[in-house]
Design a protein around this ligand. Structure first.
Ligand SMILES: Cc1ncc(COP(=O)(O)O)c(C=O)c1O
Length: 360
């Protein structure tokens, strides 16, 4: 008897967390672009309080959190939908908008979830190469056909850290037919020094129906382990996707912590300062090792290692640093690492120096 497995799902790789080799007792995880400062302290206080009420289901409407987000972004709660991490929207958008054989357009060299989740629903995936490590929006616009049901733009882009400038995004959105939903994934929005270049929200506010902006509490707010993300879009899109959302997808603790973190401006400020300091360190130190990073707008960096990334991420792992070789994502010969604490960054640079020196 064979079980009714779908062939396009059976072919997908299951997610395997990086395996730490025996002998490495304390690995530093620089592979998931988390906040090295920890969660917002106000979120931790809110969590302690909320834990007393976990016998109750969460508020399925996320009223308080959506209200705070609406106020922050000057939108109506009817323009917002919450998710179990932004990643859940990637899946639910594919499930709710794409039929088997439909086309989904994305960059080759971008967040791997788009490829995996579109494949999962049987889409024909159209991957458009990056240009100078950045989304080639002109080419992506040309890749849109009558069969296109979804477009993903990651801005800033994971794993390269690049962003598209505002004028290029405006031009692109003008070119995309209104019947094609465009997801602009802004998981790293808060790290962008010039948010005026980030055009997603402006287009939602201006009433563009087909634009879907994704945001995350996993990055600057330091709540990756709680899983909270959200979507900003037109009322028509929100009304539709809310039908595909499991009602209790964002749990009580997550809602309480996200609400508190959103108001913790001090934690955000400290996190951004630490991120800038880490960026400066790597811009200064990596060239001294003969390594050239791609300039980044996020809390991670991809560096050209001049050989398949695994040949550097492997030895880094043996030295206790978990990083990502981006070859499988479509960015060959690069290793992506998140910024750690100042001490972790110094130790990471020392390990990298060791590897580069060994191989010279
Ligand atoms: C571009 C991008 N989008 C979405 C996510 C997932 O975010 P979340 O933790 O909110 O699911 C990530 C996580 O690394 C990411 O890099």
């Amino acid at each position: 008897m064979s079980l009714p497995f779908k062939s396009h799902i059976a072919k997908l790789p299951a997610y395997t967390p990086p395996a730490v080799p025996p002998g490495v007792t304390q690995a530093v995880d620089l592979s998931s672009n988390e906040n090295p400062l920890g969660p917002s302290p106000l979120a931790v206080i809110a969590l302690r309080e909320a834990v007393e009420t976990v016998n109750r289901y969460p508020d399925a409407s996320g009223t308080a959190l959506k209200g705070a987000l609406a106020q922050k972004w000057n939108l109506s709660p009817s323009n917002i939908a919450l998710s179990n991490g932004a990643d859940e929207w990637v899946l639910l958008l594919c499930v709710s908008l794409v039929e088997p054989g439909d086309e989904v357009v994305m960059a080759q060299g971008s967040f791997i979830s788009y490829l995996l989740r579109a494949t999962e629903v049987g889409a024909r995936v159209i991957r458009v190469p990056l240009k100078d490590h950045t989304h080639d929006l002109e080419a992506m616009a040309h890749a849109i056909t009558d069969r296109t049901r979804l477009v993903f733009v990651c801005n800033p882009n994971n794993p390269t850290g690049t962003m598209v400038d505002g004028a290029a995004m405006d031009r692109f959105l003008e070119q995309v037919p209104e019947r094609v939903p465009v997801v602009v994934d802004e998981a790293y929005y808060e790290y962008v020094a010039d948010p005026g270049q980030m055009r997603g929200l402006a287009h939602v506010r201006a009433g563009r129906q087909n634009l879907i902006v994704l945001r995350s509490f996993s990055k600057v707010y330091g709540l990756a382990g709680l899983r909270v993300g959200y979507m900003l879009s037109s009322e028509a899109v929100i009304d539709y996707v809310e039908r595909a959302r499991p009602p209790f997808n964002v749990n009580r603790l997550a809602q309480a912590a996200a609400l508190a973190a959103l108001g913790d401006e001090e934690h955000v400020r400290r996190s951004l300062e630490a991120n800038q300091a880490a960026k400066d360190t790597f811009y200064r130190e990596l060239p001294l090792l003969g390594l050239h990073p791609i300039p980044t707008h996020a809390n991670f960096m991809a560096v050209d290692v001049g050989r398949p990334g695994a040949q550097v991420s492997g030895p880094l792992l043996e030295r206790g640093f978990i990083t990502t070789a981006t070859d499988g994502w479509g960015v060959p010969n690069h290793v992506r690492f998140s910024f750690g604490t100042p001490q972790e960054n110094q130790a990471f640079l020392a390990a990298l120096k060791d590897i580069v020196r060994d191989e010279r």
